[in-house]
Design a protein around this ligand. Structure first.
Ligand SMILES: Nc1ncnc2c1ncn2[C@@H]1O[C@H](COP(=O)(O)OP(=O)(O)O)[C@@H](O)[C@H]1O
Ligand SMILES: [Mg+2]
Length: 380
């Protein structure tokens, strides 16, 4: 499907107080797309949104909307609206007056305003809430009002900055589905910011993974999960065991002194690589039947599966399995070619994907002395 580009960020650079916040950011967004900027706190997501909204001027680089450079266009002239984590409703106005606010500023006709308010409230499942005071609404309902208010201005692009972060888990999941449905039914572009990988994977057409002011990978949720481009992405999106390997030839990688068939090609001869193995892809077998043999060091029941930490020659892997293997069991594992994913070495190599520290944290959490000391300190 050929889609039209609505927003283009080209080689954007921003520093605050001499600290680089965005470095050479390039991003193209198609009309009608649900795009999510995903990354840890401080990686530059909000700054990127604010550049699109016109609230931050980049030090260098360009912003295009429908192919036009909009550097000189003030925020209120951009066909863009923003929804924040804090709903920023007018507390002294009722629901209807909040939603109608922008349209009244634009001097729209009362009949048109009334029709739009009712349509928007219906869209966000608040039909009939017109006269309710906003302070009598729950957090979820207030966020719906904020969404209705933003959409009432008929933006081409909606910017959403962690809009569900203040809601509890169950409500957040419901609102994820509702927001996705609203986006589909209106067909407008959503640019969504979150640090929650599951939220990003479940809502988006395209996920933009960011770290340290740079885009690490752009792709569909499946691409990002199945084909992470570097150790940062592999670690940030779900759980990953990441180890050092050497590509011997196309489709043949070595790690832990053993050669494995894989599905990756195009690396140099004997190129050092990072190997990712997802915890849910590993099959546990009797020790004498395994490609590798290890010893279970920790087990946590997670409902759907057991999170099992296994020591392979001092390197600890996470395995998610529905079978229970108690601590100290000696197990074997089998790795199929499709379970092994090869990545280029990057500045993130060696930083992620070993669960040694994970199980140490776990030991600490189970240590009552530490908990008691902290509690005592808090009470003083
Ligand atoms: N107005 C500002 N002045 C100084 N530093 C800022 C300002 N806005 C953001 N920063 C810094 O820029 C970095 C990126 O911030 P931000 O874009 O808000 O990240 P994110 O939304 O991904 O958490 C952070 O280190 C933050 O402290
Ligand atoms: Mg932010």
């Amino acid at each position: 499907m050929q889609t039209k580009e609505i927003i283009k960020l080209k080689d954007i650079t921003v520093s605050f107080d001499g600290e680089p916040v965005l470095s050479g950011l390039d991003l193209n967004i198609s009309d009608g797309e649900f795009v999510t900027l995903l990354g840890p706190s401080g990686c530059g997501k909000t700054t990127t949104l604010r550049i699109i909204g016109g609230f931050v001027t980049p030090d260098s680089g360009s912003v295009f909307f429908d192919g036009q450079d909009i550097a000189d266009l003030p925020p209120y002239k951009r066909q863009v609206n923003t929804i924040f984590q804090r709903y920023a409703l007018f507390p002294h106005l009722n629901v209807e007056d909040n939603v109608a606010f922008g349209m009244r500023v634009q001097k729209k006709k009362p009949a048109e305003i009334k029709e739009t308010v009712d349509r928007m409230l219906k869209l966000v499942n608040l039909a009939g809430f017109n006269k309710r005071k906003v302070e009598t609404l729950s957090g979820g309902q207030q966020q719906r009002v904020a969404i209705a208010r933003a959409l009432a201005n008929n933006p081409r692009v909606l910017l959403l900055d962690e809009p569900l972060a203040a809601l509890d888990l169950k409500l957040r999941k419901d609102m994820q589905v509702e927001l996705k449905n609203i986006q589909k039914s209106l067909g407008i572009t959503f640019i969504y910011v979150t640090h929650d990988q599951e939220e990003a994977l479940s809502m988006s057409d395209t996920v933009v993974v960011m770290d340290a002011g740079r885009i690490q990978q752009i792709g569909t949720p499946q691409d990002i999960y199945n084909e992470p481009e570097n150790a940062f992405v592999a670690d940030f999106i779900g759980e990953s065991n990441i180890l050092d390997g050497i590509m011997h030839e196309d489709y043949l990688v070595e790690f832990f002194g053993r050669k494995f068939k894989c599905l990756d090609a195009g690396f140099g001869p004997k190129e050092p690589v990072d190997v990712v193995i997802r915890p849910e892809d590993i099959d546990i077998v009797p020790a004498d039947k395994g490609h590798l043999t290890g010893k279970v060091t920790a087990v946590t029941f997670k409902g759907v599966h057991f999170e099992t930490i296994v020591d392979f020659k001092g390197f600890k892997w996470m395995i998610q399995t529905t079978d229970y293997y108690p601590v100290d069991s000696v197990i074997g594992i089998v790795l199929n070619p499709e379970d092994i994913h090869i990545m280029k070495k990057s500045e993130y190599s060696g930083m992620f994907g070993d669960y040694s520290s994970y199980s140490e944290e776990f030991d600490e959490m189970a240590n009552p002395e530490i908990d008691l000391t902290e509690e005592a300190e808090v009470q003083e």
